[in-house]
Design a protein around this ligand. Structure first.
Ligand SMILES: [Zn+2]
Length: 133
């Protein structure tokens, strides 16, 4: 990860930073329940072994985390790699085959990340905020 970040002259983006930006975009100061819309949501620790904030809705009892309901939720690749692939393609204009080589993911995986990001408002905003700060 580190070496191609340097090659691209972009700062190393930590998972923590990505989650924090995503959290701000999605939930801001007053998180709402993603299921029932209630504002009676409390922060409920973290997903074990991760920096993902968990939330508990006191109205409907549902729990969710920073990534629940986003394409990143069940992604097999790390969220750092996801952001990096999107950055390389959308901001740097690097071809899919090159990105695949540099990130050690298959061209099929890289293409999937790109097409999902292109269709997703939240991910596009995340990429914009991460790479402009
Ligand atoms: Zn709820």
């Amino acid at each position: 990860m580190r070496e191609y970040d340097e090659e691209l002259k972009i700062p190393v983006i930590s998972e923590n930073k990505i989650l924090s930006v995503l959290r701000t975009i999605r939930f801001g100061e007053n998180p709402r329940c993603i299921y029932c819309g209630s504002e009676t949501v409390i922060r409920w620790g973290y997903v074990p072994h991760s920096k993902k904030q968990r939330y508990l809705c006191k109205k409907c009892g549902a729990t969710f985390n920073d990534l629940t309901g986003t394409p990143l939720e069940n992604s097999k690749i790390s969220i750092r790699d996801w952001v990096l692939i999107a950055h390389m393609f959308f901001n740097k204009g690097i071809r899919v085959s090159e990105i695949a080589k540099m990130t050690h993911h298959s061209p099929r995986t890289v293409s999937r990340v790109i097409s999902i990001t292109r269709e997703n408002k939240l991910l596009k905003e995340l990429l914009k905020k991460i790479t402009s700060s």
